[in-house]
Ligand binder design. Structure first.
Ligand code: NDP
Ligand code: GDR
Length: 374
C-alpha cells in the first residue's frame, strides 16, 4: 500500500514542490485547494493526473483552513500517514491589512487539523508537519537564530504563526502526536508568488529588460534575509516526519544578503550593472552599463528601480540569519542550491515569460504587464 500524504496549500510554491517530491517517492498525494472564480492550480497542473486516463496517485479536494467540518471530513476520508500544513495567508505585509483573517487561517487552521487528527483517533497513524517561519524571531535577540533563540513576532502573520508553532508543540506534549515544526527561513524559486520581494525583482527586471515593464518600485532595500531554494527545503519537510522522534528544526542556508544586493545580482544576470544613487525614500537604481543581448530595452542611464514608502511595513524584520546545524547533524541536510544559482534560475524563467509578452506586444496583441504589487 502506498503511503498517503495530505498537503494543505498544495497550490502554493512549497506545496507544488512537495507534491512532486512525494509522488516521486511513491506516495499517494492528496492536496487541498480553494474554490476560486478562475483556475488556481497552475503550479500543480503538470502533475495532475486525469482519473479517466490513468490510475491516479494525485488527488485534489476542495477545502479551506477556516472550515472545520470540511477539514475533518477530508481527514476522515483520506486517513493520511502524513499531513503537511503549508496552507496560509503567507504575505507578511498583507497580514497588517487582514489581521483577523490571517489569524484564523494561519493560527487556528493548524489547530483545526490537529483536532481533526485527535477527534478521528488518528494519533497513532498520522504524523503532522507545521510550516513555521523565521518571522517568529522578528526583533532578533541573537544571531544566527537557532531552535533555542527566543521569539518576538513583528506582524499579525508572525503572531498567528506563533500560535500555530506552540499548539503543534502542545499537541505533541499533551497527546503524544508525532508533530514537528519546521522553522524555515525565506525560500524562493521560479514558482514564488509574484509579490514577494525576490520574484518581484526577477520578474520586474526581466520585463524591463524586454521592454514590457516599467520602473520597479520597492520598499526597504536594507532588509537582510537568508534566502534558500524551495526545492531543497521541501526535502527537509519530509525528512522531519521520517525521524524516530518528533522535533522542531531550523532550515536555513547560513548566508545573509540585503534586498539591494539581490537586486544588483539579478540585474547582473541580465547583463546590467546597477549604480545606486540617493538614500532612504529617495534611493534609485540606475543602469550604469548594459552588456550582452538579454536586456535590449535598457539603455545606460535608465532608472530601473525607485523606492516607494508604500512598501514599508508598520513594523519591519530587519535581519534574519539561520543556523541549521541541528538539521545537518541529525538529518544530514544541507542546502544544495546557492543564491546566485537560484537567481539565475528565476531570471531564466521570468525572461521566458517576458519574451513571450514582448512578442505579443510586437504583434499588437500584448496586454500591459502589471508590476508586482506588495
Ligand atoms: P504560498 O503563498 O505560495 O502558498 C500558500 C498556499 O496556501 C496556497 O496554496 C494558498 O492557496 C493556500 N491558502 C491560502 N489561504 C488558504 C485558506 N484559507 N485555506 C486553505 N489554503 C489556503 O506560500 P509558500 O508555499 O511560500 O509557503 C508555504 C508555507 O510555508 C506557508 O504556510 C508559509 O507561511 C510558510 N513559510 C514560507 C516561507 C517561504 O519563504 N516561502 C518561509 C517560512 C514559512 P491559493 O493558491 O488558492 O492562494
Ligand atoms: P518576508 O518576504 O516578509 O520575509 O516573508 P518578502 O519577500 O515579502 O519580504 C522580504 C523583505 O523584503 C523587503 N521588501 C519588500 N518586500 C515585498 N514583498 N515587496 C517589496 O516591494 C519590498 N521591498 C522591500 C520587506 O520589507 C522584507 O524585509 C516571507 C514569506 O514567505 C513568509 O510567509 C515567510 O514566513 C517568511 O518569508 C520567512
Amino acid at each position: 500500500m502506498a503511503r498517503k500524504a495530505l498537503i494543505t496549500g498544495v497550490t502554493g510554491q512549497d506545496g507544488s514542490y512537495l507534491a512532486e517530491f512525494l509522488l516521486k517517492k511513491g506516495y499517494e498525494v492528496h492536496g487541498i485547494k480553494r474554490r476560486a472564480s478562475s483556475f488556481n492550480t497552475q503550479r500543480v497542473d503538470h502533475i495532475f493526473q486525469d482519473p479517466h486516463e490513468v490510475q491516479p496517485r494525485f488527488f485534489l479536494h476542495y477545502g479551506d483552513l477556516t472550515d472545520t467540518s470540511n477539514l475533518t471530513r477530508i481527514m476522515a476520508e483520506v486517513r493520511p500517514d502524513e499531513v503537511y500544513n503549508l496552507g496560509a495567508q503567507s504575505h507578511v505585509a498583507v497580514s497588517f491589512e487582514a489581521p483577523e483573517y490571517t489569524a484564523d487561517v494561519d493560527g487556528l487552521g493548524a489547530l483545526r487539523l490537529l483536532e481533526a487528527i485527535r477527534f478521528l483517533g488518528l494519533e497513532g497513524v498520522t504524523r503532522f508537519y507545521q510550516a513555521s517561519s523565521s518571522e517568529l524571531y522578528g526583533l532578533v535577540r541573537e544571531t544566527p537564530q537557532t531552535e533555542r533563540t527566543p521569539f518576538h513576532p513583528r506582524s499579525p502573520y508572525a503572531a498567528a504563526k506563533l500560535y500555530a508553532y506552540w499548539i503543534t508543540v502542545n499537541y505533541r506534549e499533551a497527546y503524544g502526536l508525532f508533530a514537528c515544526n519546521g522553522i524555515l527561513f525565506n525560500h524562493e524559486s521560479p514558482r514564488r508568488g509574484e509579490t514577494f520581494v525576490t520574484r518581484k525583482i526577477t520578474r520586474g527586471l526581466a520585463n524591463i529588460a524586454q521592454g514590457v515593464g516599467s520602473c520597479l518600485y520597492l520598499g526597504n532595500l536594507d532588509a537582510l534575509r537568508d534566502w534558500g531554494h524551495a526545492r531543497d527545503y521541501v526535502r527537509m519537510q519530509w525528512l522531519m516526519l521520517q525521524c524516530d522522534e518528533p522535533d522542531d528544526y531550523v532550515i536555513a542556508t547560513g548566508e545573509q544578503h540585503s534586498v539591494r544586493q539581490f537586486l544588483a545580482w539579478t540585474a547582473e544576470e541580465l547583463g546590467i550593472t546597477l549604480e545606486f544613487r540617493g538614500s532612504g525614500v529617495d534611493e534609485i537604481a540606475v543602469a550604469a552599463s548594459v552588456e550582452g543581448d538579454l536586456a535590449p530595452a535598457v539603455r545606460p542611464g535608465d532608472v530601473v528601480m525607485r523606492v516607494d514608502p508604500k512598501y514599508f511595513r508598520p513594523a519591519e524584520v530587519a535581519s534574519l540569519l539561520g543556523d541549521a546545524f541541528k538539521a545537518h547533524q541529525r538529518l544530514g541536510w544541507r542546502p544544495e542550491t546557492g543564491l546566485r544559482e537560484m537567481i539565475a534560475e528565476m531570471v531564466a524563467a521570468d525572461l521566458r515569460c517576458a519574451r513571450q509578452h514582448a512578442l505579443l506586444k510586437h504583434h499588437g496583441l500584448g496586454q500591459p504587464v502589471p508590476a508586482g504589487g506588495r
